[in-house]
Design a protein around this ligand. Structure first.
Ligand code: SF4
Ligand code: SF4
Length: 77
């Protein structure tokens, strides 16, 4: 599993980019995205998902399985 960024809520502050120990977050196009192949959910490194804990916007870094795919880049149903 992986986390994702809700693009419509992201302020593009960039805070998550520097916190991700897996290098899974990058700026792509006009927003930040999480590469699901690289995201480990911080397992074994941190107790909480660092992107979610540093993000100033509540519920913007969320588990990719949550059912809000309206603005998720490349999401398949
Ligand atoms: S959950 Fe952890 S590994 Fe995944 S994108 Fe966020 S900071 Fe990176
Ligand atoms: S920390 Fe949150 S608001 Fe800032 S770039 Fe990352 S997802 Fe967007």
């Amino acid at each position: 599993m992986a986390f994702k960024i809700i693009a419509s809520q992201c302020t593009q502050c960039g805070a998550c980019l520097f916190e991700c120990a897996s290098g899974a977050i990058k700026f792509k196009g006009e927003t930040y995205v999480i590469d699901p192949d690289k995201c480990t959910e911080c397992e074994g490194v941190f107790d909480t998902q660092q992107c979610a804990s540093v993000c100033p916007v509540p519920k913007t870094c969320v588990p990719a399985t949550s059912n809000s795919a309206t603005d998720t880049v490349g999401a398949a149903s």
